[in-house]
Design a protein. Structure first.
Length: 131
């Protein structure tokens, strides 16, 4: 309920939305914003931007990539080897994805409200503690 309260209060921010919908922690939002500022960047470049160690930054970028908020491209180097560069997904695409998540949450909440009396009675009949 805390997250709904945060999102519906006056002055809620995109960070609040990302926290609620994607389960992001402040450090992950910081890495997302740092990546957006730099554009396509390596882990080391993002780490320097956000003033965090490489391991923490890599862990955050991996979570952000899994959530579909950043993407990783692999580049080959001339003398052999490769490196990865991370970029933030277009904000418009994030907004569209977030809109879909909000619709799903809204539909689920409406279903819970509509089924409340029947569910409440079922729980009473089962002699289950309500708390």
């Amino acid at each position: 309920m805390d997250s709904l309260h945060v999102l519906t209060r006056k002055g809620a921010t995109c960070s609040d939305l990302l926290t609620c919908l994607y389960g992001l922690k402040p450090i992950e939002i910081e890495v997302l914003l740092g990546t957006a500022k730099r554009g396509a960047s390596t882990v080391d470049e993002v780490a320097a931007e956000v003033k965090r160690d490489r391991t923490t930054t890599h862990r955050c970028l991996s979570k952000l990539a899994s959530a579909g908020l950043v993407y990783r491209r692999t580049y080959s180097m001339k003398g052999g080897g490769y490196y990865h560069a991370y970029s933030v997904v277009e904000p418009k695409k994030i907004r569209e994805e977030a809109s879909g998540k909000v619709r799903e949450i809204t539909e689920s909440l409406l279903r819970l409200v509509l089924d409340f009396e029947a569910d409440f009675q079922r729980r009473l009949d089962q002699d289950v503690r309500l708390v």
